[in-house]
Structures are given as structure tokens and as C-alpha cells.
Design a binder for this molecule. Structure first.
Ligand SMILES: Cc1cc2nc3c(=O)[nH]c(=O)nc-3n(C[C@H](O)[C@H](O)[C@H](O)COP(=O)(O)OP(=O)(O)OC[C@H]3O[C@@H](n4cnc5c(N)ncnc54)[C@H](O)[C@@H]3O)c2cc1C
Length: 391
């Protein structure tokens, strides 16, 4: 049996970034990944760095919008983390933080945008409300139908396929031991330690980090814990390359849309359009199965893109893909130590491309006793009632 200070399950962005922070702090870290590093949601996502309140928090009433606004402190930290990341990792991650526009097309959407901007400003996120002409001056690609936009100078995007790989390389260079193609098959708590089995090995660790995205509840179940995270299948699209047309991250306050132009010139179009989750032979959702594209999602996503930036209609679509991410019962991420199982840390849910580097840094700090009040709002403690009957 091998010993470690910390065993991390999941080689996505969150697991690899946590491994890097802990290993460079001197901890003995083992990371175990079922497939290849970065092949889960971390390698399939849209690469948006969005710090304005997401549309999904604005369409389900004021209470949810207000709750989500309380995560602004995390967003402020994430902005700084992303601005440092390429230098810290010594890697080109195609980080572009030239600002983001969240657009509105109807009077009702403008009213939502106004409330959103006020809420963000109250939390120290300096979004500015622009009218349609101001927005088009900044981003000439926008349609004449855009009536207003929230502009946040810190938003942007990065290359999802590079980021996790760079964290993994930095973690390994700092001494972490990374095992890919090694699904964890057993997990148990024995007195004050965890014993984790994969391939023919067992690792005994004082701390366990479950950073396995949509699979986190499955790993939690091995420890007799409930964690209210659910798999969600989403789809993404990429157009052929074109000359520079979109300099910002573009989102929509009333429709599912995120759009950006990559370094190579492709337009990436997404925004939370659903795909269909695979199911296992018993009919349960299978997060490991490949989600199936929903044609209506594809059409709806492209319609929203063209209505927002009409030039998109002239481009050929070259690729559509699906991916699986996790959503929690209250839509906020779940990040922190599980109160009923000291030593067991969970990080799942939320937009963890944007926030993942920050979750990882804060968890690593919290493990060595540094206060991390920003994590309070996302702590798994809010779901402890689900574990009050678990032995
Ligand atoms: C299509 C799409 C678009 C998105 N767009 C954005 C965006 O623009 N901006 C944003 O902020 N977020 C976005 N997200 C969400 C974001 O990608 C995720 O929140 C983030 O990548 C989660 O990272 P993670 O490391 O927690 O999980 P993952 O990247 O899913 O990694 C979890 C890993 O755990 C491994 N694992 C599972 N079970 C086991 C086991 N038994 N043993 C060992 N390993 C195991 C998996 O193989 C996987 O590699 C998007 C998601 C999708 C799917």
C-alpha cells in the first residue's frame, strides 16, 4: 500500500490545479484519473471566462439571482487568478481578457440587464450598461437589433484544451504523481484515513479530494455520502476560421448564447443548449456515455448566434460536440470539506472553467488552515441534512 498526504480523484481542471497547488506547497499528492487528463468537461467546454451573472441565475426569480450575486467575491478572485495564470504556469493558454458583452434584444431583457448590472455593481463587479449604439461601437459585429449590453472589461476566454494539460504538467513538475486510465474502484474511510483502490493499487491518504465532475455523487456513494450533483449534457459548435470579427466574449441575457473567436479564427458558439444524456441498461443516466446531439438545440443555438451577430450566417459550421458537466441542487457549486466526513473535500458543479483555478487555490489554502471565507457560500455544509441519516 502506498501512502500520500492527499489523494485526488479526477484529472480535470479542478483536480489538476488542486494537485499543483498542494504539491508545490510540499504535500505528497497522488491524482487518479479514469480516462485521460482533461478529457471530461474541462476539455469539452466553451472556454468562456464569464464574471457577469449567468443567464441561468436570472430566469428563475429574484431570490436565485440574489444568491448567485453573493458569489461575486469568488469572481473577483478568479479575475486575478486568470490574469496571472499564463505567467505562473509558464504556458500559452490563449487567455484573452479584453471584456465581455451580455446583450439584450427586447425591452423586457433590457430591464433584466439593468437589475443585473445594479446587483453586480453592489457586489463590486464593475459591469457598465451600454445602449445599443455604444455596444455596436465597441463590437461592430452586433446586430442592429441589440438594444443594450452589459459590458465587463475583465471577461474573456481561454483555450480549454490547453489549460488542464498545463496544470497537470505543472503538478507533475512539482512532484505530484498522476495516474491516468486508472478508474477508482473502491473508496473507504478507515479511522482517520481514506483507502482508495485503482488498478492493482491502494493508496492510503489523510485527505481525499473528489473533483470528478458529474461523477462526484458516484464516488461519494462509495463513502456512503449523498452529494446533490446531477449530470447535464450540453452541446457546442465551431465554425470555420475567418478574419478577426469578434474581439469580446458575447453572451445574451435572454437567450442561451455564448460566442467568441479563437486565436485560430474559429467562432465558438454555445451557451448551455442541452444534449441528451446517455443512459445505462437499467435506465439511469450514464455520465460516462456519450451524450446525443439534439437537432433543435443546434438550430436554436445557431439562430441565437445569427440574430446577435448576423455575419455568422456566412460561415460554415465545421464541428459540433457534446460534453457532460455537473449541476447542483441549488445551481451553486459545491466546494469544500464535508462536515460529516472530515478530511473529505468535494469540488463539483458551477462554471468551473471560469472558477476552477480559484476553487483549487482556495481548497489548497484551506487544507493548510488559511481562512477562506469566500468558499463559505459554496460549502457542502448547506447539504449536510442529506447526510444526517448516513453512517
Ligand atoms: C459543453 C460545455 C461547455 C461549458 N462551457 C463552460 C464555459 O464556457 N465556462 C465555464 O466556466 N464552464 C463551462 N463548462 C463547465 C466546465 O467545463 C466544468 O465546470 C469544469 O470543466 C469542471 O471541471 P472538473 O475538473 O470539476 O470536472 P471534469 O473536467 O469533468 O473532470 C472530472 C474527471 O473525473 C474523472 N473521473 C470520473 N470518475 C472517476 C473515477 N471513478 N476514477 C477516477 N477518475 C474519475 C473523469 O474521467 C473526468 O476526467 C462547460 C461544460 C460543458 C460540458
Amino acid at each position: 500500500m502506498q501512502n500520500a498526504d492527499v489523494l485526488i480523484v479526477g484529472g480535470g481542471l479542478v483536480g489538476c490545479a488542486t494537485a499543483w497547488h498542494l504539491a508545490r506547497g510540499g504535500a505528497q499528492v497522488v491524482l487518479v484519473e479514469a480516462g485521460d487528463i482533461g478529457m471530461g468537461a474541462s476539455g469539452q467546454n466553451a472556454g468562456s471566462l464569464h464574471f457577469q451573472l449567468e443567464r441561468r441565475f436570472l430566469e428563475n426569480g429574484e431570490a436565485l439571482a440574489e444568491q448567485a450575486a453573493q458569489t461575486a467575491a469568488l469572481n473577483r478572485l478568479a479575475i486575478d487568478d486568470w490574469r496571472r495564470l499564463e505567467t505562473e504556469l509558464g504556458a500559452d493558454l490563449h487567455v484573452v481578457m479584453d471584456g465581455g458583452l451580455m446583450v439584450a434584444e427586447t425591452a423586457e431583457q433590457v430591464a433584466i440587464l439593468e437589475r443585473k448590472v445594479a446587483r453586480e455593481n453592489a457586489q463590486g463587479i464593475n459591469t457598465r450598461l451600454l445602449d445599443g449604439d455604444e455596444a455596436r461601437t465597441l463590437a461592430p459585429c452586433l446586430s442592429p437589433g441589440i438594444l443594450a449590453a452589459g459590458f465587463l472589461a475583465d471577461e474573456g476566454h481561454a483555450d480549454a484544451r490547453s489549460v488542464t494539460r498545463a496544470f497537470a504538467q505543472a503538478a507533475a513538475a512539482s512532484g505530484a504523481s498522476l495516474h491516468s486510465r486508472s478508474p477508482v474502484t473502491s473508496a473507504s474511510r478507515i479511522e482517520r484515513h481514506f483507502e482508495i483502490g485503482f488498478r492493482e493499487s491502494t493508496v492510503r491518504a489523510e485527505r481525499l479530494v473528489l473533483a470528478c465532475g458529474a461523477w462526484t455523487p458516484i464516488l461519494c456513494a462509495k463513502l456512503n455520502l449523498h452529494m446533490p450533483l446531477y449530470p447535464v449534457a450540453l452541446q457546442m459548435n465551431a465554425t470555420e476560421r475567418t478574419g478577426p470579427r469578434i474581439g469580446h466574449l458575447i453572451q445574451h441575457v435572454g437567450r442561451r448564447l455564448s460566442m467568441k473567436q479563437t486565436d485560430a479564427g474559429n467562432i465558438l458558439i454555445g451557451g448551455g443548449w442541452p444534449a441528451r444524456l446517455a443512459s445505462d441498461p437499467r435506465g439511469a443516466f450514464d455520465p460516462a456515455g456519450k451524450p446525443v446531439l439534439i437537432p433543435a438545440s443546434l438550430a436554436g443555438n445557431l439562430r441565437a448566434a445569427i440574430d446577435t451577430a448576423p455575419f455568422v450566417e456566412t460561415l460554415n459550421l465545421i464541428r459540433t460536440w457534446t460534453g457532460v458537466t455537473a449541476i447542483s441542487a441549488d445551481q451553486l457549486p459545491i466546494v469544500g470539506e464535508v462536515p460529516s466526513m472530515p478530511g473529505c473535500w468535494v469540488a463539483g458543479g458551477g462554471s468551473a472553467f471560469t472558477l476552477g483555478p480559484t476553487f483549487a487555490r482556495l481548497m489548497a489554502q484551506a487544507m493548510v488552515g488559511t481562512p477562506t471565507p469566500e468558499l463559505d457560500i459554496v460549502s457542502p455544509a448547506r447539504f449536510e441534512h442529506l447526510n444526517s441519516f448516513m453512517g
